[in-house]
Design a protein around this ligand. Structure first.
Ligand code: BES
Ligand code: ZN
Ligand code: ZN
Length: 499
């Protein structure tokens, strides 16, 4: 099912049975598509006029073969106004082209659009096209048996990027390589998030992470007795209601040269969140296999580091457990001691993410790192505040936060910074422990409150917290992929680590 990518020059085009996708600027009216002979150009112009095709971002015009050049199935996709030349439009247009092609063809040829300052953008264009193609053709059919649905399922096998100028080919190849690594990483996150919860127990995921190890990527798994010895009692506390042992995974990617920067990535790894004794009600539990999306993102990004030959050192930290209401489950009123010695009073067992992250962040803060970034499906409140398209960002460091915001912009993902206002902190005071895991005081913001709680465990190291509870999961199918896990923030993280 894997999609292969290659690059060619236009003279090498021979796609009689394939689909050819060409991009059209909104102001162009099919004029500048040098691919078409005059007959076909006239035909397409006529068709565009009849159908009211304007070249708006993602707008499609599909034509079937006739005796004209090029003779193949032709898909023209709008990429918006040339003076706005926005990669996000190219991303959407590519995804549309892939969706239009995969119903009919095994091979899709994509003409690299004539972008302003084309040569300077060749790599980015190829990267965006490759990523979008991989995301758009993703499906999770692993557990479908041989039904009509799987029989009718068609996948694209090859994507060929076609360069206008042969001189662009090396940069296009570099872009394809980057795009493939990012697309594969995002689709791996999707696979892991979509996996049923009883098939991805903590030790199953830890074992999977071990298989990612290479000469440059070391993977160490701490088991339950090691966690006890180390003092990760917050993670152990959450684990008590589950019949399945917890694990903590530490991954270290070392570049070939001496790294200038060391970055730590921490990911929430709750393989199922029932809420524990504060059990979730009604539909609140149905999607809770998603609660390891942060951890899956850390695994996938670490796996991609070597493929991208990243120059920085990257460490990953993933605490893994179920949150279940078993007989020995941790209870409201219980106190657990985190790795850094701070005690936490549990007032709600459903605020478990911040509890396991307390240990993981404290562990990361002890390593020699320039910045720590955590990803967690942490609060339902972030979905209320920012919806399913914008990730909540919180930070104790303006520089790292700004760098990360810029990386998100470049990757075409949306983040919005929320203030970690100190005045809310005292609401997490506990009467019996150092800190409580929730505040019962009215007016306390859920997402910021969780961020303030986490901040207590980073030892003042430069840190960014990403609440992906809204963005890690899609309730509905979209052009960029089916409902389920989305792979949000993978591309942004790779962009951030690359620069
Ligand atoms: N895993 C949930 C957060 C979540 C909710 C993720 C919806 C994705 C979609 C988290 O562990 C949780 O239950 N948070 C509680 C915190 C509350 C008890 C303070 C919440 O948001 O309701
Ligand atoms: Zn919860
Ligand atoms: Zn949770």
């Amino acid at each position: 099912m894997s999609l292969t990518f290659s690059c060619m020059q236009r003279s090498q085009f021979k796609g009689e049975k394939d689909t050819l996708a060409l991009f059209d600027w909104e102001d162009d009216k099919i004029n500048a598509i040098g691919w078409l002979d005059s007959k076909k150009e006239a035909l397409m112009k006529n068709m565009a006029q009849k159908e009211g095709f304007k070249g708006k971002p993602g707008e499609l015009l599909v034509h079937y073969p006739e005796n004209a050049q090029p003779s193949c199935r032709l898909v023209i996709v709008g990429i918006g106004k040339k003076k706005e030349a926005d990669l996000k439009h190219l991303r959407l247009a590519t995804a549309k082209a892939v969706r239009a092609a995969l119903k009919q063809s095994d091979t899709l040829w994509i003409g690299i659009p004539d972008w302003p300052e084309r040569a300077a953008h060749a790599e980015a264009l190829a990267q965006v096209i490759t990523e979008a193609a991989m995301l758009a053709q993703y499906k999770y059919l692993k557990h479908k048996t041989d039904t009509e649905e799987t029989k009718q399922d068609r996948t694209l096998k090859n994507v060929i990027l076609v360069a206008e100028k042969p001189g662009d080919l090396p940069r296009i190849e570099a872009g394809v390589k980057k795009g493939k690594a990012a697309g594969e990483a995002a689709n791996l996150v999707r696979d892991l998030v979509n996996e049923p919860p009883s098939m991805k127990r903590p030790l199953t995921l830890a074992k999977l992470a071990k298989t990612f190890a290479t000469r440059q990527l070391k993977v160490r798994v701490y088991n339950k007795s090691e966690l006890e010895r180390m003092g990760m009692h917050a993670l152990l506390g959450v684990n008590r209601g589950s019949d399945h042992e917890p694990a903590f995974v530490h991954l270290v990617y070392k570049p070939s040269g001496t790294p200038k920067k060391r970055i730590g990535l921490v990911g929430k790894g709750i393989t199922f969140d029932s809420g524990g004794l504060n059990i979730k009600v009604g539909t609140g539990m149905t999607t809770m296999k998603l609660d390891m999306a942060g951890g899956a993102t850390v695994f996938a990004v670490l796996k991609a580091c070597e493929k991208l030959n990243l120059a920085c050192e990257v460490q990953g930290f993933v605490p893994l457990t179920e949150n279940m209401p078993g007989g020995d489950a941790y209870k409201p009123g219980d106190v657990v001691k985190a790795l850094n010695g701070k005690t936490i009073e549990i007032l709600n067992t459903d605020a478990e993410g911040r509890v396991i992250l307390a240990d993981a962040l404290a562990f990361a803060a002890k390593q020699d790192l320039d910045a720590i970034i955590d990803l967690a499906t942490l609060t339902g409140a972030v979905l209320v505040a920012l919806g399913d398209q914008i990730t909540g960002l919180m930070s104790n460091n303006d520089r790292v936060a700004t760098d990360f915001e810029n990386a998100a912009k470049a990757a075409g993902e949306k983040v919005w910074r929320l203030p970690l206002d100190k005045d809310y902190k005292e609401r997490y005071k506990s009467k019996v422990a150092d800190i409580a895991n929730v505040s019962f005081q009215g007016g306390t913001p859920g997402t910021i409150g969780a961020g303030l709680f986490l901040q207590e465990f980073v030892d003042n190291k430069p840190w960014v917290h990403l609440d992906i509870a809204g963005t890690a999961w899609a309730d509905n199918d979209s052009t960029m992929g089916p409902s389920g896990g989305t792979g949000a923030m993978v591309r942004t993280l790779l962009e951030y680590l690359t620069n």
